[in-house]
Design a protein around this ligand. Structure first.
Ligand SMILES: NC(=O)c1ccc[n+]([C@@H]2O[C@H](COP(=O)([O-])OP(=O)(O)OC[C@H]3O[C@@H](n4cnc5c(N)ncnc54)[C@H](OP(=O)(O)O)[C@@H]3O)[C@@H](O)[C@H]2O)c1
Length: 281
């Protein structure tokens, strides 16, 4: 069993990875403030620990908030992966850098494969794209694993928020012209575990199969949790103003991992398991 280090281990994906690797003989979990990936000294700490694989889930994930604090977003999302990669380069480890579908512009109707040019729009997206590049500049043993629309245990994700809003208001208004891949964090964790066994470094899109609008996602969750009678009104993104304009159709295609036999199940099937786990539905 390899020695795995998870950074940002208290986050949504960090928790799923902790569960995935709980039987690994050596698992180290780092959280801030003790282990701040934006601190250049983190490179030395990684080199000293000398894990076989670092899985970096730590990130500035407040997409709208990043517009007001670009310096801090870049410190965490661009320089953090660079420092971790430097540490890996010094100790002979590999790095799994978790990235995002938002590195693509998300033009309506487009489906993005791993080899396509990135074109990030928001501060958050630019900082994540910079993190991919900064890590690649110092480390060959690098997996860039792009994920999208993550949800799992906890209250901070779209599925949990929409469920709480349904209970609070008895009705929902949900954007129907923004598309993505709803992706279950435990499925990403299982895919990462398989990926690191391959030692085939490169860029991967680890998303549940299929795409959905936020409206589709909400309607399916209501159905799976016995709330199919709850009114859900489709609205346009322009009716739900935000400080950033999220990509409209940053839908990822998993080609590279699928070629290695690593494919995630369909998003509806994964959502069913989430509903059973979180809502006993
Ligand atoms: N959520 C999504 O829909 C989504 C979509 C695409 C890509 N991603 C990417 O997936 C990864 C995991 O996302 P997630 O949903 O699990 O995020 P999350 O729940 O917000 O977790 C991120 C974790 O990073 C930690 N962190 C933030 N700054 C740090 C720093 N400077 N040093 C160390 N730790 C720090 C946070 O610590 P605190 O607990 O102290 O705040 C938090 O525990 C991220 O790389 C994100 O960019 C997420």
């Amino acid at each position: 069993m390899p020695h795995i280090l998870i950074t940002g281990a208290n986050g949504q994906l960090g928790q799923a990875l902790k569960a995935q690797f709980s039987s690994a003989s050596r698992l180290t979990c780092w959280t801030r403030p003790r282990y701040d990936i934006a601190d250049p000294a983190i490179a030395g700490a990684v080199a000293e620990l000398a894990p076989d694989v670092v899985i970096n889930t730590a990130a500035w994930t407040d997409v709208d908030g990043a517009e007001e604090a670009p310096r801090f977003a870049f410190e965490v999302n661009a320089l953090g992966p660079k420092y971790l990669a430097e540490g890996c380069a010094r100790c002979g480890g590999a790095l799994v850098q978790i990235s995002t579908n938002e590195v693509f512009a998300g033009e309506m109707g487009r489906f993005y494969h791993e080899y396509e040019q990135t074109s990030p729009g928001s501060v958050y997206a630019r900082s994540k794209a910079a993190g991919e590049q900064a890590a690649a500049a110092v480390l060959d043993r690098l997996y860039v694993a792009r994920v999208a629309w993550l949800y799992g245990a906890g209250s901070g994700n779209f599925a949990a928020k929409i469920s709480a809003a349904a209970d609070r208001h008895g009705a929902l208004r949900v954007v129907n012209d923004e598309f993505g891949n709803p992706t279950y964090a435990p499925d990403v964790a299982a895919a990462v575990a398989k990926l690191i066994e391959t030692q085939r470094y490169g860029i991967y899109h680890l998303v549940n199969e299929g795409c959905a609008s936020r409206y589709d996602w909400a309607v399916e969750l209501m159905r799976l949790t016995g709330r199919e009678a709850l009114p859900v009104e489709p609205i346009r993104a322009s009716e739900w103003p935000r400080p950033t304009t999220p990509p409209r159709h940053a839908v990822l295609v998993n080609q590279a991992a699928a070629a290695l036999g690593i494919a995630l199940r369909g998003w509806r099937e994964a959502l069913r398991e989430y509903a059973q786990t979180e809502f006993n539905s």
